[in-house]
Design a protein around this ligand. Sequence first.
Ligand code: PLP
Length: 384
Amino acid sequence: SLKLSHKVRSLKPSSTVAVAARALELKRQGVDVISLAAGEPDFDTPEHVRRAALEAIEAGRTRYTQVQGIPELREAISSKLARENGLSYAPEQITVTNGGKQALFNAFLALLDPGDEVIIPAPFWVSYPEIVSFAGGVPVFVETRAENGYALDPEAVRAAVSERTVAIVLNSPSNPTGVVYPEEVVRAVAELAAERGLLVVSDEIYEHIIYDARHVSAARFAPDNVLVVNGASKAYAMTGWRLGYAAGPRPLINAMNALQGQSTSNASSVSQWAAIAALEDSREFIAMAVGQFRARRDRIVAGLNALGLATPTPEGAFYVMADTRSLHQDELKAAQLLLDQARIAAVPGTDFHAPGRVRLSYATSMAQIDEALARIGKLVGVQV
Ligand code: PLP
C-alpha cells in the first residue's frame, strides 16, 4: 500500500472537525441537529468588506501579490496595531497569511528544531500541540483549573521552562475557556520570555470578542520577544476568506516569508483588499456582534447552570465550558449523549485537557440556543 510519512501519520484529526462531521452526517439523514461545535461567527461578512472585495475583482486585483502581503494591507495592519494595541511595527515586520493558522504553522516551522519545547497553557486550542509536534517540537502543558477561572500562574509557566524551551503560547481571550489574562499576568509572562530569551506566541485572534475585561497584547511589554498572531476570521466574520497575519522580530518574519514563498505564496489577493476595509472601518459591526454574543453568553450560561451543568461565565471568545459529569463522568460519552439523545453537537474536552467538560459554541442564534437548552432540559428531566 501507499507509504505515508511519519510526520503526517502522527497528525491527529481535529476533534472539532470529527464532531462536526458526525453532526453533518446526522443532518444528511434528516435529523435536525443543533450544532454548537463550530468555531466561527454566524454573521455575514460586513457589507463594506464584501463591497471592497467586489471592487478589487472588478479592478483586476486578481494576480499574485508579494508573498508577505500587499504593502497597502501591511500599512493598514501597522496602523491597526498602533491604534488598537499601542504597538509599533513597521510594515516589513508584518506578514500576511492564509488564516491565523498558517501564521502559527509558519512560526513554529521557523522556530523549532527536533526536541525544542513549547509551553502551552491548558485547556488549549487543539491545533497548538499538533502544529508544534508537526514542526518537530514538544508541547509542554501548564494546566489551569475551572475552579480558579482558568487563571494562569506566571510562576507555573516559569517552572515549566527548561533548557529546551523555545516558546510560550498565550491565547487571550482563549479558545476554549474564554479566559482573558489580566495585564499583570501578560506582563509577567512577557518579562519571563525576555529574561530567558524565549518567544511568546501571542494569539490575539479573539481580542475583539470580549465582554467585561480588557485585552492587552504581550508585545506591549517585550516587543523583541513576542510574535503577535491575529486575523480577520473572528472579528469580522471572515472565516472563509482565509486572512491572517503576524507581527514580530524581523528575522522571524523573514523566515516565515521564506517558508510561505515555497508553500502557498500570498494569501488571496481579493481577501487582502477586503481585509483593508475590515481593519479600517468595522467598529459598528464589532459592537453589534459583541452585543449579540454577550446576550447569548448570558442566556446559555444561566440556562446550563439551571440545568445542573455547572458553567463558568467566560470573559471573551464565544464558547462555554459546561461541566457534563451529571450526564456522564466521561466527557466523550457525555458529548455522545448530547448528540444522540438531544441532537446537539458539541466538542468533548478530552483533546484539549478539559476532563469532565464539553465545549459549546454560542455563535448561533438565540432561538437555537433556547431550543438546545430545552433539549438538554428534556435529557436531564428539568424544565427551563
Ligand atoms: N487561533 C485560535 C485560538 C482559533 O480558535 C482559531 C480558529 O479556530 C485560529 C487561531 C485560526 O483561525 P483562522 O485560521 O481562521 O485565522
